[in-house]
Design a protein around this ligand. Structure first.
Ligand code: SF4
Ligand code: SF4
Ligand code: SF4
Length: 485
């Protein structure tokens, strides 16, 4: 398996180099921080930019809104949405982008979970307008009033973008780190790019393999995915004695040895360690799964298998040894490829060793941790935290245990500040705030409840600072839907 990471890295770079990918960037109501973080890559951005064909980005290139409206539906490969749908114009733009773009990326904490503007869901629209335009301390107008001309209407409350349209990918963070954004862009380019000019989907890897006539790895019982992988690869792992893991993705014309591959899988009742690792690497490369920790892609079947295994339908297929159960997937138009992927997922589903890594900020934190049990709880401004010990153990609320890893734990590691939770909950956790309250309850089990609650002045703002519009507290969209039912 030594060549796996090398393949992945080289494949992503090669695929990106050939053909520009069309992208549209839309700013909704936001502070532009996520785009600023992209630009903070400075010169490193140049290599990515030349691989993108920017068709809409009002703050950067001079394409008018009408030009996006006039584009054919589905003609843009990737659309980035930054910000929240606070105004009716935002909501219309969210829907417009869904129509024009094949992949929609929620970019930054606002687009993913509502972020800090989502805290507005604790108030009514009239209260918000009054506070903003009539009461704010900095207003100098003697008769302040709500502006009504040349401004879009304000939505009653914030509905998360994923509740307005289907979102394909999520890049969290307030803002996402510059490195995360570049990594995500490279990943997207590898996923939707046309691929290198050598790619030939009508052939498969076996067609160029020196082992085809003699010494084929499948004949030796090794899972080699060459028969279902498109030709064009220059590394040709099998010519060096390593199996093909499928990084050139699907061929339209599986090779003759596909039946042998299928049979090897059909004969497996359960996975040993090597086969389990092989299948996971294969699916990772073949399906284009992202290895970026914080990046969530709904089409990622391995993530789905780990966290929503029951969302797959199980179906029975015929094999030489009789009927066999498999998962029903539909990733290509070639039945035998769908069956091989379905069988691989089925085997992994029942493999107790199958794990999909979803780490939290704590796992990247350099501080010394004993048990995370807090001393007397403190507010951030009270005292001066030590730079070495876990914040929780010093009594400061730190959301690291309930926050998706990916930022490198920059606040506790570099800013001597507790994690505020801007990368949102780890995959599998529905409500970041509730999860933290539950964890805090356990950590403070032998404390007086009144003493603990007294120290928490603003529970919604503290535990759901970035996710309130997506939490049970501020999820007004769902409250409304339930009322209407
Ligand atoms: S299955 Fe693998 S080893 Fe066998 S011919 Fe195809 S690419 Fe070569
Ligand atoms: S300081 Fe925060 S992020 Fe670091 S270990 Fe403690 S709780 Fe986790
Ligand atoms: S440590 Fe927490 S608050 Fe800071 S950037 Fe990372 S996820 Fe965001």
């Amino acid at each position: 398996m030594y060549n796996y990471y090398k393949i992945k890295y080289e494949t992503i770079l090669r695929r990106g180099l050939e053909m520009a990918v069309s992208v549209a960037f839309m700013q909704l109501s936001s502070c532009w921080g996520s785009y600023q973080s992209l630009f903070n890559n400075h010169l490193d951005i140049l290599d990515v930019l030349r691989q993108l064909e920017i068709v809409y980005w009002p703050a950067v290139v001079d394409f008018k809104h009408k030009s996006l409206e006039e584009r054919e539906d589905g003609s843009v490969a990737v659309g980035f949405l930054e910000g929240i749908a606070r105004t009716k114009e935002d909501t219309a733009n969210v829907k417009l982008m869904r129509k024009k773009c094949r992949i929609i990326v929620a970019f930054g904490a606002c687009a993913c979970y509502g972020s800090i503007p989502g805290l507005a869901n604790l108030f009514d629209k009239d209260e918000l307008i009054k506070r903003k335009f009539m009461e704010t301390e900095s207003i100098t107008d003697k008769n302040p009033k709500e502006p009504t001309q040349h401004v879009p209407g304000i939505e009653e409350f914030i509905v998360n973008i994923k509740d307005i349209i289907d979102v394909d990918m999520f890049i969290p963070g307030c803002p996402p780190t510059s490195e995360n954004i570049i990594a995500a862009l490279y990943y997207l380019i590898s996923l939707v790019g046309e691929g290198p000019s050598s790619l030939d989907r009508n052939k498969c890897v076996c067609d160029n393999c020196n082992l085809f006539k003699s010494g084929c790895l499948l004949d030796k019982g090794k899972l080699c995915y060459g028969p279902i992988t498109a030709a064009g690869c220059e590394l040709m792992c099998p010519n060096n004695g390593d199996v093909c893991f499928g990084c050139y993705k699907t061929t339209t014309n599986p090779g003759k040895k596909v039946k042998l591959l299928k049979q090897l899988l059909d004969d497996m009742e359960e996975l040993d360690a090597d086969s389990g690792t092989s299948l996971q690497h294969f699916l990772d490369l073949y399906l284009g799964v992202s290895n970026i920790t914080c990046f969530y892609f709904r089409g990622d079947l391995l993530q789905r298998l780990a966290y929503e295994p029951d969302s797959f339908k199980v179906k029975e297929i015929e094999t030489e040894k009789g009927p066999k159960l498999t998962l029903d997937v539909d990733i290509t138009e070639t039945q035998i490829i769908n069956e091989i992927v379905g069988a691989s997922l089925f085997l992994l589903k029942n493999d107790p060793n199958f794990k999909f890594s979803s780490k939290t900020v704590c796992s990247h934190c350099d501080r010394k941790v004993a048990d995370k049990v807090p001393t007397e709880l403190k507010r951030d401004y009270e005292g001066l935290p030590s730079m070495d010990t876990c914040f929780l153990e010093q009594g400061y609320i730190c959301l690291g245990p309930v926050t998706q890893a990916g930022c490198g734990a920059i606040c506790p590691n570099k800013a001597n500040a507790p994690c505020l939770g801007c990368y949102g909950p780890p995959v599998g956790v529905k409500d970041q705030g509730l999860k933290f309250i539950s964890a805090l309850g356990s950590l403070c089990a032998d404390r007086d409840v009144a003493e603990v609650t007294k120290a928490i002045k603003d529970p919604a703002g503290l535990f759901n600072r970035f996710t309130l519009a997506d939490s049970v507290l501020g999820h007004k969209y769902h409250d409304k839907m339930e009322e209407e039912e």
